[in-house]
Structure formats: structure tokens, C-alpha cells
Design a protein around this ligand. Structure first.
Ligand SMILES: NC(=O)c1ccc[n+]([C@@H]2O[C@H](COP(=O)([O-])OP(=O)(O)OC[C@H]3O[C@@H](n4cnc5c(N)ncnc54)[C@H](O)[C@@H]3O)[C@@H](O)[C@H]2O)c1
Length: 453
């Protein structure tokens, strides 16, 4: 068995490392030669828990890293894991996947072996049938289903737990025709992931499953953020108690109900935009998903309003952002809400200091000399007039009165309620908690209504 993985980003590097560490000859291919050299030395190009260990094991065993597409010859399976970002108008950008499938097609034309090509990249429904299949058949001059297999195999891993999700996903989805290639693929996955459900369906449904999955997750996040906003207006309500309790209802489930500054990352924002774009083009008004997006944007606006309410004019003020990675346990800042907040505050004239246990170097690539990057939390907070916690890193749970001692003004906005029970000597605001200021207002309303009645 020989497997190629094309595109050594978050999905591809994790997959190729896991495959090779399990003893399968794996060729990891990326056009970025610098990336290839680093990976070949055992250095992952991003932070992911346990990846370095498993990559080193893979390199010692069966992992070969190259930038040469020709290495796919004689492979049984060819996984495509290149990026599918969004264009400015929200539409999916298929340029990378088109280039790769064209190259694969040309190489398959010379190949004696009949490989199965699996598309792991997220692609909008209809892409396999209308874009990828014709490119492959045109360039290989061969027939899918007869001379090579073509299977949609959407990926569901979560960054921060990519290795465990790759070893044991919650599901394997295989889209395509029920050919001998599908049988071989089903056998491979049932051996590779024993006891994981395998769903076999057609291409379009497999593609749609991925978008439905991410749309639902984004909806859950915007839903709980909406409820959190309402909680903020009701004295003493606590969104975590609400979320934890509704999460006990098996019809709801407890995941993705953590109110915060909004969803970010490399998948949810772009996938929601892509499905909204597709739906609109089809003439189906995506009212719910548009609301999900709108709610998401509002979260960051609300944080900026809160900052202004507390410090007044933002221009010239020293603000500290704690956490710029889009979630904990990753250094990925793609579409991170923390990064968006920094950009907006810089435009408003703030002086920004950032802290993040893993993502500082990535942030530096964006903001360069326009912000400060500090490795310790107390130093990041020194002299600042307001601190905003954006990412739920464990490090921030340790913040206490000593850590905040040297803040110029002790104002903390906590998007994740990490410091809720700490009794800090600070003015403290958290997303989803009824604020005391509101309490007075609320009491005034009640007193007034009693008088009137
Ligand atoms: N990151 C995630 O958490 C995640 C989860 C599920 C699905 N996905 C989907 O998986 C796909 C990959 O995502 P990612 O985050 O790993 O992307 P990424 O941008 O991190 O990695 C893509 C890699 O492909 C390489 N590449 C681009 N063109 C190439 C070519 N012609 N030949 C060889 N290599 C090429 C790039 O250099 C890059 O290293 C996307 O469609 C994404 O939506 C991602």
C-alpha cells in the first residue's frame, strides 16, 4: 500500500503523519519547497498538540516529503488536501484544487496503476461532478470509475485536536459511485478506523454534508451568542449555567455552546460564506445563515462598544489583547476574531500590546511594528488601560490580582468568562453575564413599574 497526500497544511500534514506512523508508505507533497524542507527535518510548520512527536515517528518509518507531483505514480490512494479559500465576494476559490487535479490527471494518463483519488478539501456541492471529474478525465484521457477512482472524502478534524480526530474521526464520509474503487476505499477505512461509521453516498451529498455540518456548528455558536447578549441585559444571569443545562438535553448536546467573541478560524467563516453564496445564486434566500453571520459580526462590534463605554476615546489608549489564535491549542490566526479586533482597534488609533502562548509570531507577520508582542501576561498588562481576553487559553486562568497589579486602569473585558469567579480588584465585564450596572437600571424599571401599578 502506497499513499500520496497533496497539500501539507493542517489537514495534509496531520493525515500523512498519522498514515506513515501507522506503517503505511506515505508520500507527502507540497509545492512550497521551504515548507517541505522544514517538515522533512521533523519541524511542523504550525503548532498542533502531539504533531511533532508523530511527525518524527512518521519520518523514521514510512514518510517521504517532496515537492514533486510525479511521486504520486504507483500510489494506491491519492488524497488531495489543498486549500479552498474564499474570494472577496464570498465565493469559493477553486484555483488550487483545479491546478492539482490537472496535474494528477496528466500523471494518471501515464500511470499503469489505477489509483483512487480522494478529495478531502472542502468543496461546494457540484464541484466534484462539474469541475474535478471533467478536469481529471480531460487531462488523463481516462474514465473515472473504470481507470481511476474518484471519491469525495470531506474532512471534519478540529484544529487543536487534529491528531486524535485523524486517528479516530466521528465519521468517514465517502461520496461517489459504488465501483470497485469505492469497495477498496471502504475496506481501507474500515481497517484504518475500526468501529468508526462509514457513510457511502453520492458526490453532491458528501459535499453538502460538510457544509451542513459547519453551518450547524456556526448556527450553534451564533445561537448561544444571541442568548448571551440577552443575558447581559438581565441582572445576574449566567450564560454558562444556561448553556451547560440546555446542553444536557440530548436533543441539543453540550458542544459548541461556549458563548464568546464569535466564530473564526480557517473553516467556519469561509464555509458559511461559500454556502450563502451558492444558496443565493440558486435563488434560495439563506435567511438563517445570513443571520448567523450577522450575529457573529455583532459580537466584535459589541466588544468595541464596551471598550469605548469604559475608556472613552480609543485613540492613543494602551490596550492589551490576550489571545489572538482563533481558538486555544493552535497558532492558527486565519479569520481569528482576536486578529480582527486588533485590526479594528489599530484603525481607531489604539496602542496595542498582544499576548498569545503560541500565535504571536503569526500575528507579528500581519501587524509588524504596529503593535507590541509580549511573551508574559503580567508584562503584556503593564501600563494598559483595558485588557480584552479573546482566546480561552489555560494560561489566562492563572491571572490574579498580582498579575494585573501594574495595569494603568484595571478594566478587563473577558469574552470567555475565564476570570468570573476570581474577585479581581478590577472593573470586570464578561460576555453573557448580567452586569451590575444593568442591575441598577433593571431595579429602577421594577420600582417605577410598581409605582405606576
Ligand atoms: N484546517 C482545518 O481545520 C480543516 C478542517 C476540515 C477541512 N478543512 C479543509 O481542508 C482543506 C485544506 O485545509 P488546510 O487548513 O489544511 O489548508 P492549508 O492552507 O493549511 O494547506 C494547504 C496546503 O496545500 C498546499 N498547496 C497548494 N497548492 C498546491 C499544489 N498545487 N500542489 C501541492 N501543494 C499545494 C499549500 O502550500 C499548503 O501547504 C481546505 O479545503 C479546508 O477547508 C480544513
Amino acid at each position: 500500500m502506497k499513499i500520496a497526500v497533496i497539500g501539507l497544511g493542517f489537514v495534509g500534514l496531520t493525515l500523512s503523519s498519522v498514515l506513515a506512523s501507522r506503517g503505511i508508505i506515505t508520500i507527502g507533497i507540497d509545492l512550497d519547497t521551504k515548507k517541505c524542507s522544514k517538515i522533512a527535518e521533523g519541524i511542523p510548520t504550525f503548532f498542533e498538540p502531539n504533531l511533532k512527536k508523530i511527525l518524527e515517528k512518521a519520518l523514521k518509518k514510512k514518510l517521504i516529503i517532496t515537492n514533486k507531483m510525479s511521486s504520486i505514480s504507483n500510489c494506491d490512494f491519492i488524497f488531495v488536501t489543498v486549500g479552498t479559500p474564499q474570494k472577496k465576494n464570498g465565493e469559493i476559490d477553486l484555483s488550487m484544487i483545479k491546478v492539482v487535479t490537472k496535474d494528477i490527471g496528466k500523471l494518471v494518463s501515464k500511470n499503469k496503476k489505477k489509483p483512487t483519488i480522494l478529495i478531502k478539501s472542502t468543496v461546494i456541492p457540484g464541484t466534484m461532478k462539474n469541475v474535478i471529474l471533467p478536469i481529471l478525465e480531460r487531462n488523463s484521457k481516462k474514465k473515472a470509475g473504470k481507470d481511476f477512482g474518484l471519491i469525495s472524502n470531506p474532512e471534519f478534524l478540529q484544529e487543536g485536536r487534529a491528531i486524535q480526530d485523524t486517528i479516530k474521526p466521528h465519521v468517514v464520509v465517502l461520496g461517489g459511485y459504488r465501483t470497485k474503487f469505492m469497495k477498496k476505499t471502504e475496506k481501507f477505512f474500515s481497517e484504518f478506523h475500526p468501529s468508526v461509521p462509514i457513510i457511502i453516498t453520492n458526490h453532491q451529498t458528501a459535499e453538502m454534508i460538510k457544509y451542513a455540518n459547519n453551518s450547524f456548528l456556526a448556527t450553534k455558536i451564533s445561537f448561544i451568542n444571541q442568548i448571551a447578549r440577552i443575558c447581559e441585559g438581565i441582572p445576574d444571569t449566567n450564560i454558562d449555567d444556561v448553556a451547560n443545562t440546555i446542553g444536557l438535553d440530548p436533543r441539543i448536546g453540550n458542544l459548541f455552546l461556549n458563548a464568546g467573541a464569535g466564530y473564526g478560524g480557517s473553516c467556519l467563516p469561509k464555509d458559511i460564506k461559500a454556502i450563502i453564496n451558492l444558496s443565493s445564486k440558486m435563488g434560495v434566500d439563506p435567511i438563517l445563515l445570513t443571520a448567523v453571520e450577522k450575529m457573529n459580526k455583532q459580537q466584535i462590534n459589541n466588544i468595541i462598544v464596551l471598550i469605548k463605554q469604559n475608556i472613552g476615546e480609543i485613540r492613543g489608549k494602551k490596550l492589551t489583547i490576550l489571545g489572538v489564535a482563533f481558538k486555544p491549542n493552535t497558532d492558527d490566526i486565519r479569520d481569528s476574531v482576536g486578529i480582527e479586533l486588533v485590526s479594528r482597534l489599530l484603525k481607531l488609533g489604539a496602542k496595542i500590546t498582544m499576548h498569545d502562548p503560541k500565535a504571536l509570531e503569526n500575528a507579528r507577520k500581519i501587524f509588524r511594528d504596529n503593535a507590541k508582542y509580549v511573551k508574559s501576561v503580567p508584562s503584556a498588562l503593564k501600563d494598559c488601560q483595558c485588557a480584552i481576553i479573546m482566546t480561552q487559553w489555560k494560561d489566562y486562568e492563572r491571572i490574579n490580582n498580582k498579575t494585573i497589579k501594574h495595569m494603568a486602569k484595571k478594566i478587563i473585558i473577558d469574552s470567555r468568562r475565564i476570570l468570573y469567579n476570581k474577585n479581581l480588584d478590577a472593573k470586570y465585564f464578561a460576555i453573557g453575564l448580567g452586569q451590575k450596572e444593568w442591575k441598577f437600571l433593571w431595579q429602577a424599571v421594577l420600582v417605577l413599574s410598581e409605582v405606576i401599578l
